[in-house]
Design a protein around this ligand. Structure first.
Ligand SMILES: Nc1ncnc2c1ncn2[C@@H]1O[C@H](COP(=O)(O)OP(=O)(O)OP(=O)(O)O)[C@@H](O)[C@H]1O
Length: 585
């Protein structure tokens, strides 16, 4: 018997389900599409079509990438994966560990599978696409019985043209619905839409950035070419009742009483609401909007996917480990662990047990339960051996054997454990030179350096200014509307940065802590104590006098402490303390 839910007719006689309105409407559509609940359909596209679809959707890698640092930790400890699809519901990529999913579901959620409503009836991806909004489908609410083991929550991603570009979905087993992570997905989508609109800026366009007084977190972005609206994020479209039809036809004069200027100020909009708004041009954008984030080194990614050993060289702080972690996250190995060990940091007598593990009772002081070791821990994932050039020769021999035989024998044991991992090594040394000096095995060098990748130091980076802006954005500077002036940016991109990204990051973090939201940071007004070689700071510019010389003052006062202290403008006890410190140093 058909049963009325809300205003919709749904045949639930077979399931006795009470379906929310949106889901029940989707069931009606699924039935009209000719699907049956016991259909086993699981359409998958050929690899070539998947490759094409990925190329047509570059936003996935460019705009999702900056969100991963927030999304991935939430997946780590829960049985969940993130699924990215295009606007037709074709799964382009997944993130997270699929192992928790039932085998059939694991297969069904793989890249290349189709999840539009036409293909699978009611499901979060397909239904979010059909209704153009967030959608959650749990267990038996799925139209096809064979998807009933899943809980899925999906949000469509809108491009700045007001059209749906794809979907971000969170899937978990129906028994562990991932409701806690849903907010993260929605926030990631809002960030993607925000960044996408910002990235439309060029020298012929200007941006309007605005937010309500009470909600600075949810910035609205509109992009104009002279008078006409060229794009907006969804938040702005919703607030001003715009749609894809408004793009190219609406003028800013039909939305606001006047064009805001560069500094944030209240504006009256024609929708009778007030906002804090500012305009941003291509010129001022240099100080606030970072360029799109480049996808991680595509060549290295292909090699890692193919199981080829990479060796990353570069000065300290140049980002060798950072790159390796990013490669792991994007590679086929991402469902496995990322295990890092710094060969220079582990004492020589411990490195063997640390890498190869040991059986219970292998040596005095060992953990009575034994230890698996880093090589086995990295099974099915990526092993990152940092400072490989510092590995003792005896360990090099053992490591070479493991790499050749793909099995590990723990200390004190006879058992052999098969291992399969992708190997990435890093070093700041010239390994060829180490071979010539006899401190590194030549045969190991060939094995670990099937492909060599050199990370340039910051001073050699041709686009350092753009990189600084990217970091600034990642650190939250753009969100807080703190701008680096053109002058400062130019100076920073010419400094030598001997500590590379590590040093640059610390420097930017100091600025972020010292400045208020909305500030423009000028080189000339950098506070005293902001230390960076080659950078002038306020005291240097204003010729602050050198620190007082207590000894000279004492000499001048013929050893009279009170007189010397008076001359220096300090108390006698301070003078005693300073003299004491000088004698110590
Ligand atoms: N491209 C990048 N984007 C953002 N942060 C980065 C980037 N590259 C490096 N970092 C950050 O800079 C710091 C130093 O990077 P990392 O530890 O990877 O350098 P390294 O070359 O491995 O250094 P070392 O040789 O001293 O071990 C880390 O905090 C890292 O997160």
């Amino acid at each position: 018997m058909p049963r009325r839910i809300g205003s919709h007719h749904v045949d639930v006689s077979a399931t006795r389900l009470v379906l929310p309105g949106l889901v029940s409407e989707s069931w009606q559509r699924s039935a009209r599409l000719g699907l049956r609940r016991d259909d086993e359909a699981a359409p998958v596209l050929p690899l070539a079509d998947l490759k094409n679809a990925r190329e047509q959707n570059p936003w996935i890698s460019r705009l999702l990438q900056p969100q991963l640092s927030t999304l991935l930790p939430s997946l780590k400890n829960s049985p969940s994966i993130i699924v990215m699809s295009d606007a037709q519901g074709l799964v382009l990529d997944t993130l997270g560990n699929q192992d928790f999913l039932h085998k059939a579901q694991r297969f069904a959620l793989l890249p290349g599978s189709l999840w539009g409503e036409q293909a699978r009836g009611t499901n979060a991806i397909g239904t979010a696409l059909a209704i153009g909004d967030f959608c959650e489908v749990a267990g038996e609410q799925h139209f096809l019985n064979h998807n009933a083991g899943l809980y899925c929550a999906a949000t469509p991603v809108y491009g700045p043209d007001g059209k749906i570009a794809g979907v971000l979905d969170l899937s978990t087993p129906a028994t562990h619905p991932g409701r806690d992570a849903v907010m993260l997905i929605r926030r990631a989508v809002a960030n993607i839409e925000h960044d996408w609109a910002c990235n439309m800026l060029n020298k012929d366009r200007w941006l309007l950035r605005l937010h309500t007084e009470h909600d600075p977190e949810n910035e609205m972005i509109m992009v104009f070419s002279d008078e006409v609206l060229l794009g907006a994020n969804r938040r702005a479209m919703q607030e001003f009742g715009l749609s894809s039809a408004s793009i190219g036809s609406v003028a800013w004069r039909s939305l606001f009483t006047h064009r805001p200027d560069r500094h944030p100020a209240p504006v009256e909009a024609l929708n009778q609401r007030r906002y804090l708004a500012r305009q941003q041009t291509h010129h001022s954008a240099r100080v606030t909007v970072p360029p799109m984030q480049e996808p991680v080194h595509p060549q290295a990614l292909r090699l890692l996917n193919a199981g080829i050993a990479l060796c990353i060289t570069g000065e300290t702080g140049s980002g060798k480990e950072h790159l390796c972690r990013a490669l792991h996250q994007q590679s086929h190995w991402r469902s496995g662990p990322f295990v890092a060990i710094n060969c220079a940091a582990v004492p020589e007598n411990l490195i063997e047990s640390e890498l190869f593990g040991y059986v219970p009772g292998a040596f005095t002081g060992a953990n009575p339960k034994g230890y698996e070791g880093k090589l086995r821990e990295a099974n099915n994932g990526v092993l990152f051996l940092d400072e490989i050039g510092d590995m003792p020769l005896a360990m090099q021999t053992r490591l070479l054997r493991v790499l050749q035989e793909k099995c590990v024998t723990p200390l004190g044991g006879n058992g052999r454990h098969n291992v399969n991992f992708a190997l990435v090594c890093a070093t700041h040394r010239d390994l060829q030179q180490c071979v010539e000096q006899g401190s590194f095995r030549e045969d190991l060098l060939y094995r670990i350096q099937e492909f060599q990748l050199r990370l340039p130091p910051l001073r050699e980076k041709p686009d350092l200014a753009a990189f600084i802006l990217t970091l600034w954005e990642q650190l939250g500077g753009v969100k807080r509307q703190i701008a680096l002036s053109d002058n400062l940016l130019n100076t920073l991109s010419r400094l030598p940065w001997p500590g590379n990204v590590r040093q640059l990051l610390s420097f930017l973090k100091v600025l972020l802590a010292l400045y208020d939201n909305g500030d423009v940071i000028e080189e000339e007004t950098l506070p005293e104590g902001v230390v960076c070689p080659g950078l002038r700071t306020a005291p240097a510019l204003s010729a602050v006098p050198p620190p007082p010389d207590e000894l000279a003052a004492l000499r001048e006062a013929n050893g009279n402490m009170a007189q010397a202290a008076r001359q220096l403008g300090i108390s006698r006890s301070t003078l005693y303390r300073r003299l004491e410190r000088r004698s110590v140093s």
